[in-house]
Design a protein around this ligand. Structure first.
Ligand SMILES: C[S@@+](CC[C@H](N)C(=O)[O-])C[C@H]1O[C@@H](n2cnc3c(N)ncnc32)[C@H](O)[C@@H]1O
Ligand code: SF4
Length: 332
C-alpha cells in the first residue's frame, strides 16, 4: 500500500458519477455560468458502471476503505441503484453518497436495498425563501426534508451538510441546530471554499467554523468529541445535554492537509489527488487501453506515491485566484 511523499496513506475515494445537476447552487454552479449552454461531458466520456466498479476495486487494492458517490447530483444519473449494488459487493467497504436530496424521497428505499450504508444530504437553510435562492431553481426546502425523513425511514443513517455564505444563510445556524438536535442526524457545517473559478469566492464570504461553534454553544452548550480516525475532516462536538452531535469542517481557517487521505475520481475517469488540483490523471484511458487489474492498481499506486499536495495549507489570496476545476465536476 503506497504512502504519498508526505507519508499519507490512501484511504478515501470520492467518485463523481455525473457533472450534471438539477440545482444551480450559487456557491457551486452559478446559473449565469452553468445556464443552458454550459458544456457538460458527453455521455460517451462518462465512466460506465462496469468501469467504475473495476476502478473502485483497484483503489481498494491500494488501501481505500471508504467510497463516497457524488457529482454533480448523483441521483440524476440513471439507474444509480445498480452502481450502488455493484459497489456494495466489495468486501468491508464503507459505501456512502452525497446528494442535494431532491430525488431522495423517491430513491431512498431502493438505495438502501442496493446496499448503501449511509447518506449525506446537503441542506443550507430551513428558510424556504433562502433555500430557494441558494439552489436557484426555486426548489422547496420541504421536499429535501421529506427526502431526509425517507432516508431515515429506510434505515440509512443521515448526515446533513450545510455550506454557509456570509450574509446569505448565516442567520439560520441556530434554526438548523434546533431542528436536527435529538433526531440522530449529524449536522455538519462546511466552510465555503475557493473551489473552481465561477463562484466569485472571497474570504469575506466565509463564516469561520469557530464562529459556528460559538453561536451554537451560546444557546445549546457543546463539548468536543475526540476524532474517530486519522484524517477525519470534521471536528466533532456534542451537545452537553445529550441531544446528539454536530461537526464543523474548517477547510479554510484550519486546513487539514497533513492528514488528508483522500483521492477523487471525476465522472470521466480522471484521478485528482487534491480538491484544488488543476490537472487529473487519466485512468479511463488506462482502463480503455485494456490494462490488466495489476496494471490498473499499479497506475493508481504510482500516482499516489508521487503526491505532494497541500493546497489549503498554502492558500493565499494569490493562490485563490489560480485556475481550478469546478466542485460540480470533482464532487466535493
Ligand atoms: C458538489 S456537491 C455534489 C453532491 C450533491 N449535488 C450535493 O449537493 O450534495 C458536494 C458538496 O459540496 C458542497 N460544496 C459545493 N460547493 C462548495 C464550496 N464552494 N465550498 C464548500 N462546499 C461546497 C455542497 O454543499 C455539497 O455538500
Ligand atoms: S452543491 Fe450539489 S446540488 Fe448544489 S449545484 Fe453543486 S452539485 Fe448541484
Amino acid at each position: 500500500m503506497p504512502n504519498d511523499r508526505l507519508g499519507r496513506p490512501l484511504r478515501d475515494l470520492r467518485i463523481s458519477i455525473t457533472d450534471r445537476c438539477n440545482f444551480r447552487c450559487v456557491y457551486c454552479m452559478p446559473k449565469e455560468v452553468f445556464g443552458r449552454d454550459y458544456q457538460f461531458l458527453p455521455r460517451a466520456d462518462l465512466l460506465t458502471f462496469e468501469e467504475i466498479e473495476r476502478l473502485a476495486r483497484a483503489f481498494v487494492a491500494n488501501g481505500v476503505e471508504k467510497i463516497r458517490i457524488t457529482g454533480g447530483e448523483p441521483l440524476v444519473r440513471r439507474d444509480v441503484e445498480s452502481l450502488i449494488a455493484r459497489l456494495a459487493e466489495i468486501d468491508a467497504l464503507d459505501l456512502t453518497l452525497t446528494t442535494n436530496g431532491a430525488l431522495l424521497a423517491a430513491k431512498a428505499e431502493a438505495l438502501r436495498k442496493a446496499g448503501l450504508r449511509r447518506v449525506t444530504v446537503s441542506l443550507d437553510s430551513l428558510d424556504d425563501d433562502a433555500f430557494r435562492a441558494m439552489n436557484d431553481v426555486d426548489f422547496p426546502v420541504q421536499r429535501v426534508l421529506d427526502g431526509i425523513d425517507a432516508a431515515a425511514g429506510a434505515g440509512l443513517p443521515v448526515k446533513v451538510n450545510v455550506v454557509l455564505k456570509r450574509g446569505v444563510n448565516d442567520d439560520g445556524i441556530l434554526d438548523l441546530a434546533r431542528y436536527f438536535r435529538g433526531t440522530g442526524h449529524v449536522l455538519r457545517f462546511i466552510e465555503y471554499m475557493d473551489v473552481g473559478h465561477t463562484n466569485g469566492w472571497r474570504m469575506d464570504d466565509v463564516v469561520p467554523a469557530a464562529e459556528v461553534v460559538s453561536t451554537i454553544d451560546a444557546r445549546f452548550p457543546l463539548e468536543p468529541v475526540e476524532p474517530a480516525y486519522r484524517g477525519e475532516v470534521a471536528r466533532r462536538w456534542r451537545y452537553v445535554d445529550g441531544a446528539g452531535e454536530i461537526g464543523v469542517i474548517a477547510s479554510v481557517t484550519q486546513p487539514f492537509c497533513g492528514d488528508c487521505t483522500r483521492a477523487r475520481l471525476s465522472a470521466e475517469g480522471k484521478l485528482y489527488t487534491c480538491l484544488f488540483a488543476v490537472r487529473g490523471h487519466d485512468l479511463r484511458a488506462v482502463v480503455r487501453d485494456g490494462a490488466s487489474d495489476d496494471e490498473l492498481e499499479s497506475a493508481i499506486g504510482a500516482v499516489w506515491s508521487r503526491r505532494t499536495d497541500r493546497y489549503s495549507e498554502l492558500r493565499t489570496d494569490a493562490t485563490a485566484a489560480l485556475p481550478k476545476i469546478e466542485m460540480s465536476y470533482i464532487g466535493g
